[in-house]
Unconditional design. Structure first.
Length: 455
């Protein structure tokens, strides 16, 4: 097999192929602590599209499984190495090939950090709207492959809503260009949509034409509202949306999350705050927008509802939300879930999460992109255990089934990866599963693209 690796080395510039186990260690696992990684045969640090094409031609010739990888921040095990695979890292494809302010588009390579696309847009009074909490460490390629969401989805939609076209290298090494650079365009099948959210199972995205939007004139106004229970906060979210208010951000944290942050950062929320809602409005009249949301929160039983007096204060509040994961990580090992329900069913889903936690005796902390009906119940358990305890899987199973029963989905934004594969057929049903397999076989007949993920 080393002859084969030498062949790959010759096909790409020097120093791009790693085989030293110590150097490869950083590319084996992602941010899913509950999945054990395999040992890759080699890692390619691709620097241009032609490196990716050469690698996929090589992988097909030698039947080597390929695990595409961006920032490695997957919470579904999607970027975890399998034994004997080629880890194909696109993290060094970092060029912004073109930024067209007049047409509000940018062509970014797959390895550009999400926040860097937004920073480049900001120089022209524009913004890149998708903003996963991982925006400083995740890449555009990974965001596209998972169809990532984020905090501003409630107003601007998910990654799919900001992509016009892709450059993708197919298994075998052919380079495909999908979509277009126009705002409208319907020629042929929606191949861009097919690759968005395909989690590295159909090809490797090397570059994308992304849509930008006008940047709001000033930092959004921000509201923080505390509630005596998570259920009351969820009802306030439903009431805000029912009142046809249009927040640009609507995030929710439960009491377990708040206490974890409190113990770490001494935030000073009183015992009457058992759930915290953070809302923003970046529209034409942001102060009026948050004032109306504040009124709704008070009507729905908020124990406090304060509008931030400055941008610094607003940023601090958002920082609290971004601290949720690291704060909970301090409590033990975590399994992060990602169910999404129709927004009107949010209060019911919150109640079902609390019931499942009680019934199975597990510690669950929930943070939510509440405006999208997207909940992340995080199961916290003993770090020393070799596997996820069965009662955690039992509670997770109950939560997935509750989400489906309420008309929702298993994953709002993190993807299926490895950890949700076993529930896929339950949500999709036999016809949709058959279509998935037919597409996979048509594009990747040897089954070498990210095997064991999604399907
Ligand atoms: C602290 C934290 C906060 C997070 N917050 C959010 C959030 O708010 N919203 C959200 O949606 N997610 C969130 N995530 C999850 C994660 O950041 C997203 O799934 C992100 O889109 C992954 O990007 P990445 O570059 O790290 O990709 P990776 O983790 O490297 O890969 C993810 C998947 O995409 C595939 N892939 C990667 N690059 C390519 C490519 N170029 N071509 C084809 N396939 C590819 C991989 O094979 C894998 O299946 C969070 C994660 C962390 C650790």
């Amino acid at each position: 097999m080393s002859d084969a690796v030498d062949e790959l080395r010759k096909a790409v510039p020097d120093g791009r192929v790693l085989t030293d186990p110590d150097l490869m260690a950083a590319y084996r696992r992602d941010e899913t602590p509950t999945v054990s990684p395999g040992q890759p045969r080699c890692v390619l640090l691709a620097g241009r599209t032609s490196d990716v094409a050469a690698a996929l031609a090589w992988a097909q010739r030698h039947r080597v499984p390929v695990v595409p990888r961006g920032g490695g921040t997957s919470l579904a095990g999607g970027a975890t190495a399998t034994d004997g695979c080629l880890v194909l890292s696109t993290a060094r494809l970092t060029a912004i090939r073109e930024l067209d302010p007049a047409n509000e588009t940018v062509v970014a390579e797959a390895g550009v950090l999400t926040a860097d696309v937004d920073r480049a847009a900001a120089a022209h009074g524009l913004m890149y709207a998708p903003d996963p909490s991982s925006l400083e460490i995740s890449t555009i390629g990974g965001n596209l492959a998972t169809n990532a969401g984020g905090l501003r989805c409630v107003k601007y939609g998910v990654t799919r809503d900001s992509v016009l076209g892709l450059e993708v290298v197919l298994p075998g090494g052919r380079v495909l260009r999908t979509g277009r650079r126009t705002v409208k365009g319907v020629t042929g099948y929606d191949l861009t949509g097919l690759f968005v959210g395909s989690e590295g199972t159909l090809g490797v995205i090397t570059s994308a034409t992304l849509r930008l939007r006008p940047r709001p004139a000033r930092y959004p106004s921000t509201l923080a509202a505390g509630f005596p229970s998570f259920g009351a906060a969820a009802r306030a979210v439903a009431a805000i949306l029912a009142a046809r208010l249009r927040p640009s951000l609507l995030e929710l944290m439960d009491s377990v999350t708040l206490r974890a942050i409190e113990e770490w950062q001494n935030t000073g929320f009183g015992a009457d705050v058992q759930a915290l809602l953070i809302a923003q409005d970046d529209g034409e009249q942001p102060d009026l927008g948050v004032a109306r949301m504040r009124d709704v929160c008070l009507r729905e039983g908020a124990s406090m509802a304060e509008v931030s007096g400055s941008e610094a204060e607003s940023r601090q509040l958002l920082e609290l939300r971004r601290l949720s994961y690291p704060a909970l990580d301090r409590l033990g090992a975590t399994l992060t879930e990602d169910v999404c329900v129709p927004r009107t069913r949010l209060p019911e889903m919150v109640a079902r999460v609390e019931q499942a936690a009680r019934r199975h005796g597990v510690l669950v902390a929930t943070v939510a992109h509440a405006g999208d009906g997207n909940l992340h119940p995080l199961f916290v358990f003993d770090r020393g255990l070799p596997d996820v305890p069965p009662q955690v899987w039992a509670a997770a199973d109950e939560i997935f089934r509750a989400a489906l029963e309420l008309g929702g989905t298993l994953t709002g934004e993190h993807g299926v990866g490895i950890i949700k594969r076993r529930w896929l057929g339950t949500e999709l049903g036999p016809e949709a599963m058959a279509v998935h397999h037919a597409i996979k076989n048509a594009l990747d007949p040897d089954g070498i693209m990210n095997p064991g993920k999604v399907l």
